[in-house]
Ligand binder design. Structure first.
Ligand code: TRP
Length: 461
């Protein structure tokens, strides 16, 4: 079976596909809205610490488990330990991936729907940003629109995953990433040049430390895991298609830098626009859909630009949804000997059915809440702030205490011999983080999140 497993076509293939998984709505939609709700620059600061100190070591660890185990999350743990517990950790990852896909593809559907709106020229005649917000609210309260766009997006995802790793996933990522980066930079420049943008820059760059609470740390950690596609086996699965000649630490660092760059650029672009148009930074999941069209209205060439922008955003989302779907598919193909094609069709349909209640959270089920969250909100909260950090903590524990650094480091050095000759200290750093820092820190933050849930429950009793 190992001989027949597909591999990435080239070294850059892995980096592009993994960056494609990491870069998506998490950077452009979720990061700004969570940052806007949680105090701006202070959140950014903690987020960057989480990315560098916990994100990078766990990312390296996750890719390494995949490359060594050469399987989906469940199979890779099985390959590396006899203990029956760890495959369940992989299983939790697969369930988390399925849950993420079910709400993520809804927002991806909005982005796709906005391509259509952009083509129709809907963004050209807003007199005020409030009109942009109103238009968005009108669209998401339309049950047919939201569900049709969601289904179209799921079908697109299924189509790519259906054709397999190299032909589908790799080819798509190669052109789109650079194009997205360029467009974002242009939107950022436009944002900065708008009148009153200074307040936005200040919001995202000048920390107000009084805004930091335990919740901020939890949400920043959750966002760090979410944006790096970490903690549920997506990077593990992509790592399983990697060869031993590839350098894991340097690939991981490149993915991390690209991902962070895009998030920060998107943040600046959006908050300069939010403040100069007088919108509320804490508007929640609709934020970019309220803000960006209001910016396009004011731009020369805004019509064409808005079309390109939402096409690229949809593609960035697509490279992320395929990574989520790929994990589920790889599990059924590797472990249960399903045909790739059947796995894609069956789980595509199951995800659509499972996602519908989340889609209805924005209209029919608007008032239906659990712990004060809509079904959509609950899915997002549970996965990003609970399941992913938990998965990341278990991955660190697995490498440090179960698999063991002796074996892990031998594997890690493959393809990175010269890198470690020059910077041997980085291995020590990696070990310390995985052994003590990551498990303890994430554990504390998770306990906090459970306490937080209690508080929310009390509020609604
Ligand atoms: N990281 C992606 C984003 O920021 C979303 C994503 C793709 C993801 N695969 C994942 C998140 C796996 C968590 C786990 O848009």
């Amino acid at each position: 079976m190992q001989q027949t497993r597909e591999n990435w076509g080239s070294k850059v293939g892995f980096i592009l596909a993994a960056a494609g998984s990491a870069i998506g709505l998490g950077n452009i939609w979720r990061f700004p809205y969570v940052l806007g709700e949680n105090g701006g620059a202070a959140f950014l600061f903690i987020y960057l610490i989480c990315i560098a100190v916990i994100g990078l070591p766990v990312l390296i660890g996750e890719i390494l488990i995949g490359r060594t185990g050469k399987r989906n999350p469940v199979g890779s743990f099985k390959a590396l330990t006899k203990s029956g517990f760890w495959p369940y950790v992989g299983g939790m990852g697969i369930i988390a991936g399925f849950m993420i896909l079910s709400f993520y593809a809804i927002v991806a559907g909005w982005s796709f729907g906005y391509v259509v709106e952009a083509i129709k020229g809907s963004f050209l005649d807003y007199n005020s940003p409030a009109q942009a917000a109103e238009h968005f609210n009108l669209l998401i309260s339309d049950v047919t629109w939201i569900i049709v766009m969601f289904i179209i997006f799921m079908l697109l995802t299924m189509l790519v995953v259906y054709f397999g790793v190299q032909k589908g996933i790799e080819r798509g990522s190669k052109i789109m990433m650079p194009a997205l980066l360029i467009l974002l930079v242009i939107v950022m420049i436009k944002g900065i040049s708008m009148e009153g943008s200074g307040a936005g820059l200040e919001f995202i760059l000048k920390p107000d430390w009084s805004k930091i609470s335990a919740t901020t740390v939890l949400l920043a950690l959750g966002q760090a895991f979410f944006t790096l596609s970490l903690g549920m086996g997506a990077m593990l699965t992509y790592g399983s298609y990697m060869s031993e000649k590839d350098n894991i630490p340097s690939s991981a660092a490149q993915i991390l830098v690209l991902d962070t760059l895009i998030a920060v650029i998107a943040g600046i672009a959006i908050f300069t626009a939010v403040f100069s148009t007088g919108l509320d930074p804490a508007e929640g999941p609709g934020l970019i859909f309220h803000t960006l069209p209001a910016v396009f209205t004011k731009m020369i060439g805004g019509h064409l630009f808005s079309i390109f922008f939402f096409i690229l955003l949809s593609i960035a989302a697509l490279t992320s949804t395929i990574s989520l779907m790929e994990v589920i598919t790889a599990y059924f193909v590797d472990e249960l000997n399903w045909k790739r094609h059947s796995a894609v069709i069956v789980f595509g349909i199951v995800t659509i059915l499972f996602g519908i209640p989340s889609a209805l959270s924005f209209n029919v089920l608007n008032d239906f809440t659990i712990f004060g969250l809509t079904i959509f909100g609950l899915m997002e909260y549970l996965t990003a702030n609970v399941m992913l950090p938990l998965g990341g903590m278990l991955i660190a524990i697995f490498i440090a205490y179960v698999w063991g650094f002796d074996k892990a480091v031998i594997e890690l050095k493959k393809g990175a011999e010269r890198f470690f000759e020059r910077s041997g200290w980085s291995i020590t750093f990696w070990k310390i983080i995985l052994k003590y820092f990551a498990p303890v820190l994430i554990f504390i933050v998770l306990l906090q999140s459970i306490g937080l849930l209690d508080k929310i429950t009390n509020l609604f009793q």
